[in-house]
Design a protein around this ligand. Structure first.
Ligand code: 0A1
Ligand code: ZN
Length: 858
């Protein structure tokens, strides 16, 4: 890990592998500190590569016991060994196919990075994406080398799992065969004292599949929802994409120590337990929603990622953008499409726009990287999904369906590229996508500015696009931007239903004629492109769209824009919130024809971070404390304005009967929670305290506790909560996160410091670390406290975690990515913290790259 001068890898340097693999056989003799891995790999020269090349196998942190080529042991001098590779010269290799065998020793118990084979709570598990397999044995660890795997696990652990279908098993061993050629990053092995929640699914062609969710004994009662989500995902992929599952078993394992959300290993998905385990008493509605989405995401990877994988890691969005797009479609179908779209856009703006407008901006398909693990980003995932949504809009639903069928037909079993993907769309639809391809190569969020005029019954929209410079990309070309537009008459009727304008030039005008009055435009309906829309407009027009727009996304967007205008004026001019906004929101709150989940979203105020970015974009240096205070005041003003209807709303959203995680019930609870937060401003938390006492589910218990803390109460309840849930790791994560993320701005650093001294602060567990340290960073005003205490605390902990777990440290360093938004004093403090991290001796390649890019020096 401790490379002195990390080297960048470039897309333009891609060369095909010198050798392909026909078959892999692995034997694992598991031992916590000295696991032996015996490999037998059938190689053959790649006909598409230059001949006579050496065999270069990746390998890190491996102790080589012995190796042989074509049955003959390698002698000293017949190979070269470095910290990262084993190389055998061509002269030592037979012409044509040959077998390579090796035995290595690894130490899973010392593996705190959670890449490769490691231990979590006494169980063995693996994480091989992106380049973890090289920590298991010597192998061409690159996604364009695909092979069938046979695995034998020898261990006295009761449950032994790997990819594919089960084979022989007996006392102390189990064998698995995966018939589908796969890259090494999809390899997985699990061994432990586990129990399964089981079910089955019959594919539409009649093949039964055994489903198992493997958890620690005691947790088997918390798998029902995940199992149900899995079966719904399997059915949905058959119905919507025509994709069937292709093995006899599908297993999921929940592990407590995991760097990311989950991993799509072939036939053996490994999940962060947070995205599997749920019961009404311990999981919130958001947890249930995340579980459904992530189970679907990993399952959908079976086709988009596993059957068709990426040629190289630059093509990561090929599998991730498409799979996110598919899981978003699925969740929209399972729940409410408009609500899902709004949630996805909120996420996109909070994570991807933030990234795209700062020092870490990079294209959906980057062209170079130092550490690939640093590119599992919102841009690759979420913007990658938006790009696919735009493609679908441009070619239409039928064109999209045809293109996807062609993609699966043409590329099944391939390691493909974005060029392959676009060629499929061109061939299936006849559309030239050369300009569209810029969405993959240009970083930055395009700004689309709009002006309009109306003359002689013709309404004209003038659109202009501009993408700001991003690191390494000073000048940008115009992109193809689908702008979905509808027009409303001043009386509120729609005169022009949604039509998609294709903005391809830097400036372009679009006319609509035959109109009797100047219409009100509803632009970028459904958020038809990931751009920032810039249009001077009035409060009245926004209130009009909030009341009348037929497009649910833009209806919500109008309310959002109103709130941002109000908040911006409260911050910059100390203006009081005006009646236009308060009355508009009152109408939403009282409109029982609207979906409660939609109303909850419409009543929710923009986050403090969102406001900071909005002000910064408008040329104002954001003061996080002023934003926090303004937001609190606006909340109070709203509460006072709605005071007559809040108790009724709170009661009306109380659904009788036992808790159910379905989206309708969750929507009611979300609106009830919004009402509770406002009520607390009026009754000093009385209703919230009662809800906390009476709650029979985690959504309401945690919701009440959060509200109590936000109005300066809840200390006693924090204790009660802790005592009740002390033995449930996932619930205690919430307990930690709530405190660091909601602490009063000036107390946030101290509160977090105290939490880090709590006996349950197991900082080596990524979930716990993220709860406490990540929670502080989410507390915008507390994180940016002018003393700099929070910056220092976060830096201290990143420095401490880095040698243990570079991946999680590097990801967490992005909390500093927005530093250039702030005033000179804060910038100096953050720079100091970042430089201190950068200067840490032996800092990992992961964190070195991230901190360097954030500082602008890499
Ligand atoms: N492919 C997984 C995400 C993932 C990526 C990297 C990991 O470790 C470095 C782990 C998981 C997904 O998209 O769900
Ligand atoms: Zn994924």
């Amino acid at each position: 890990m401790k490379d002195a001068s990390p080297q960048a890898v470039y897309l333009s340097d891609y060369t095909p592998p010198a050798y392909l693999v026909d078959k892999v056989s692995l034997v694992f003799r598991l031992d916590p500190a000295a696991t032996r891995v015996l490999s037998r790999i059938e190689f053959r020269p790649n006909p598409d590569a230059a001949s006579g090349q050496p065999l270069k196998l990746d390998g890190e942190k491996l102790k080589l016991i012995g190796a042989a080529v074509a049955g003959e042991a390698l002698q000293d001098g017949e190979h070269s060994l470095t910290d990262t590779a084993l190389t055998i010269p061509a002269s030592r290799l037979p012409d044509g196919p040959f077998v390579f065998e090796a035995e290595v020793e690894i130490d899973p118990s010392a593996n705190t990075a959670l890449e490769g084979l490691y231990m979590s709570n006494g169980m063995y598990c693996t994480q091989c994406e992106a380049e973890g397999f090289r920590r298991i044995t010597y192998y061409p660890d690159r996604p364009d080398v695909m092979a069938p795997f046979h695995v034998r696990i020898e261990s006295d652990m009761p449950v032994l799992l790997s990819n594919g279908n089960p084979g022989d098993s007996g006392d102390g061993f189990a064998e698995w065969t995966d018939p589908w050629p796969k890259p090494a990053y999809l390899f997985a092995l699990v061994a432990g004292d586990l129990v399964a929640a089981k079910d089955s699914f019959t594919t539409r062609s009649g093949t039964p599949v055994e489903l198992g969710i493997w958890v620690r004994p005691g947790d088997e009662g918390k798998c029902d929802y995940a199992l149900d989500a899995l079966k719904r995902s399997m059915k949905w992929d058959e119905d919507v994409y025509g994709r069937e599952y292709d093995l006899d078993v599908f297993n999921i394992v929940a592990v407590d120590d995991f760097n990311m959300g989950a991993m799509e290993n072939k036939g053996l998905n490994i999940f962060n337990s947070k995205y599997v385990l749920a019961s009404p008493a311990t999981a919130t509605d958001t947890d249930y929603e995340n579980i459904e989405g992530i189970i679907a995401h990993e399952y959908f990877h079976n086709w988009t990622g596993n059957r068709i994988t990426c040629r190289d890691w630059f093509q990561l969005c090929l599998k991730e953008g498409l799979t996110v797009f598919r899981d978003q479609q699925f969740s929209g179908d399972m729940r409410s499409k408009p609500v899902k779209r709004i949630q996805d856009v909120l996420q996109l703006r909070a994570r991807q726009f933030r990234e795209d407008n700062g020092p870490l901006a990079h294209p959906v398909r980057p062209s170079s990287y130092i550490e690939i693990n640093n590119f599992y980003t919102a841009t690759v995932y979420e913007k990658g999904a938006e790009v696919i949504g735009m493609l679908k809009r441009l070619v239409g639903d039928d064109g999209y369906a045809k293109a996807l069928d062609l993609y699966f037909d043409r590329h099944d079993g391939d390691a493909a590229t974005i060029e392959d993907w676009l060629a499929v769309f061109q061939d299936a639809t006849g559309r030239d996508l050369s300009q569209f391809g810029r969405w993959y190569t240009q970083a930055g969020t395009p700004r689309v500015s709009v002006t309009d005029d109306f003359k002689d019954g013709t309404y004209t929209l003038h659109l202009k696009q501009e993408t700001p410079a991003t690191p390494g990309q000073p000048a940008k070309q115009p992109q193809v931007i689908p702008v979905a537009v509808g027009l409303l008459n001043p009386n509120g009727d729609e005169v022009q239903p949604t039509t998609v304008l294709e903005l391809t030039e830097a400036e372009q005008s679009f006319a609509f004629d035959g109109l009797s009055a100047k219409p009100v435009p509803s632009i970028l309906r459904g958020f038809s492109a990931p751009v920032i829309l810039d249009r001077k407009t009035t409060t009245e027009e926004r209130a009009f769209l909030l009341a009348h727009d037929t497009d649910p996304f833009n209806k919500w967007e109008a309310g959002r824009a109103l709130a941002k205008d109000v908040l911006a004026r409260m911050v910059t001019e100390r203006a009081a919130p005006g009646p236009a906004y308060l009355n508009a929101l009152e109408r939403v709150a009282r409109d029982d024809t609207l979906d409660p989940a939609f109303r909850a979203l419409a009543l929710r105020l923009p986050s403090e971070d969102d406001m900071a970015q909005t002000l910064f974009d408008a040329g104002v240096t954001p003061d996080p404390l002023a934003i926090h205070d303004a937001r609190e005041k606006l909340m109070l003003a709203l509460a006072e304005h709605l005071s007559a209807s809040l108790p009724r709303l709170y009661e009306a959203m109380n659904i009788p009967g036992p808790y159910s995680p379905d989206s309708k019930a969750a929507g009611c609870r979300a609106l009830r929670q919004t009402a509770l937060a406002m009520l607390a401003r009026l009754d000093d938390g009385k209703t919230a305290a009662k809800q906390f006492r009476d709650a029979d589910n985690m959504t309401e218990q945690l919701g009440a506790l959060g509200v109590l803390l936000s109005v300066g109460h809840g200390q006693e309840e924090l204790g009660t909560f802790y005592r009740q849930w002390q033995s449930d790791r996932l619930v205690i994560d919430k307990w930690f996160a709530l405190q660091s993320s909601t602490a009063a701005p000036r107390k946030a650093a101290d509160t977090t410091l105290a939490l880090t001294r709590h006996p349950d602060f197991d900082w080596k567990n990524p979930n716990r670390f993220r709860s406490v340290i990540g929670g502080l960073a989410m507390n915008a005003a507390g994180f940016h406290d002018p003393s700099g205490a929070s910056y220092e605390l976060v830096a201290d902990w990143l420095i401490r975690l880095d040698p243990m777990n570079p991946q999680t440290t590097a990801r967490m360093s992005t909390v500093f990515e927005t530093w250039r938004r702030y005033d000179a004093d804060r910038q100096a403090l953050i720079r100091g913290a970042l430089e201190r991290i950068a200067a840490t001796p032996g800092l990992s390649r992961d964190t070195t790259e991230m901190v360097g890019r954030i500082l602008g020096s890499a």
